[in-house]
Design a protein around this ligand. Structure first.
Ligand code: PLP
Length: 398
């Protein structure tokens, strides 16, 4: 309507959140839908962390805090960075917010002017391009390929860089492909970036969910660039705390200060209760993880072996994360029982929803048409059932 600001034309609803709403709606109508759409673990927040949240409520830690987070939380974040990444930050270089999402948004909003470019490797997390556009910048999509393990190469990065590049966003492990950049991969990219003065965002939110290989982070791999790297992380994924809304970032003081100013004039601090729970989470090494990751890996293997038996679908085994990124272009041209010809990943996702009662996200949402993202964060029985439904639905294609 004429009341909406023109900036709203630069932003679309998050496709993954849209799908979740659509599936909820179908479930409410009585359909037995299995969702492989959510970027969220089915595991519970570990008990000792939940208890710390409950204790915070009872102790009256229910007031405003400093907008960038309590001193205790910043100390716990600094400890985590030192223990797990070999990185040292002062409290003035650290900020906590309402999920990693808010920190990515505030970092872009605090730095982008009209015309500034942000290099985003595709496939990408759905929110990066819209956040860049909303902040007035221009997303520059740098494609990756399966042949390169869905990883940005130094050549493609070089070609995408320009005098207008203000940020390069790196996301490893990657959503949606599960690609994991090795130390060497990151070093090669940082080598290219050393002769440019762009900022670098390392979105490390999936750090703890690694099945094969070793996680590495740019600020550690390339200390010479650390003065222009913002490292973003949070407890949503590794600690199964999506609903607590607690993310954090660390980097140059001037940038963290600017992000804090935005936060102090918009949302103020992240929930004091979630901050207290996160102190409990980060003060200990995550010993509960190996068992959970083993369960995830077994689920990943269920999906990969099921897909190997489905004609028209192919998927590499992702080394990290909890998504499988499937090439569905082999189904294009096939005819559904109700007479539609499958032409796009959206058609295939719709077909799987209507004929298979399973929800998946089309690759187009991540800037990579012809693919589907399957999140396998649900229990083994349901996951197997979902794979059977997919296979049955596909067998009805002509
Ligand atoms: N970055 C990536 C790549 C993600 O996939 C997500 C969540 O889906 C986020 C950031 C945001 O996580 P949160 O705001 O829950 O910390």
């Amino acid at each position: 309507t004429r009341y909406l600001a023109s900036r709203m034309s630069a932003v679309h609803p998050s496709p993954t959140i849209e799908l979740a709403l659509k599936l909820q709606h179908m479930k409410a109508e009585g359909h037995d839908i299995i969702s492989l759409g959510q970027g969220e673990l089915d595991f519970a927040t570990p008990d000792h962390i939940a208890e710390a949240g409950i204790a915070a409520i009872r102790n009256g830690q229910t007031k405003y805090t400093a907008s960038s987070g309590t001193p205790e939380l910043k100390a716990a974040i600094a400890l985590k960075f030192e223990r797990e990444n070999g990185l040292r930050f002062n409290p003035s270089q650290i900020i906590a917010g309402n999920g990693a999402k808010q920190l990515v948004f505030n970092a872009l909003f605090a730095t982008l002017d009209a015309g500034d470019e942000v290099i985003i490797p595709a496939p990408y997390w759905v929110s990066y391009p819209d956040m860049v556009s909303l902040a007035g910048g221009t997303p520059v999509i740098a494609p990756t390929t399966l042949a390169e393990g869905w990883k940005l190469t130094p050549e493609v990065l070089s070609a995408a860089l320009s005098a207008k590049t203000k940020w390069v966003i790196l996301n490893s492990p990657n959503n949606p492909t599960g690609a994991l950049y090795s130390e060497n991969d990151i070093a090669a990219l940082c080598e290219v970036l050393s002769s440019h003065d762009t900022l670098i965002m390392a979105d490390d939110i999936y750090e703890l969910i690694v099945h094969e290989g070793t996680f590495a982070t740019p600020a550690k791999v390339a200390p010479a660039l650390a003065h222009r790297i913002l490292t973003v992380n949070g407890v949503s994924k590794g600690y199964a705390m999506t609903g607590w809304r607690l993310g954090y970032a660390a980097g140059p003081e001037w940038l963290v200060r600017a992000m804090d100013i935005l936060q102090s004039q918009s949302t103020s601090n992240a929930s004091a209760i979630s901050q207290a729970a996160t102190v409990a989470a980060l003060n200990e090494a995550p010993d509960f993880l190996p068992e959970r990751n083993a369960r995830l890996k077994a689920r990943r293997d269920i999906v990969i072996s099921a897909i190997a038996d489905m004609p028209g679908l192919t998927a590499p085994t992702p080394p990290a994360g909890f998504y499988v990124f499937v090439d569905c272009s082999g189904l294009f041209g096939a005819r559904t029982p109700d007479g539609h010809v499958l032409k796009t990943d959206m058609d295939v996702a719709d077909f799987l929803l209507v004929q298979g009662q399973i929800g998946v996200v089309p690759g187009s949402a991540f800037g990579m048409p012809g693919h589907l993202r399957l999140a396998y964060a649900l229990d083994d029985a349901r996951l197997k059932e979902a794979m059977n439904r997919a296979s049955d639905a596909l067998s009805r294609l002509e």
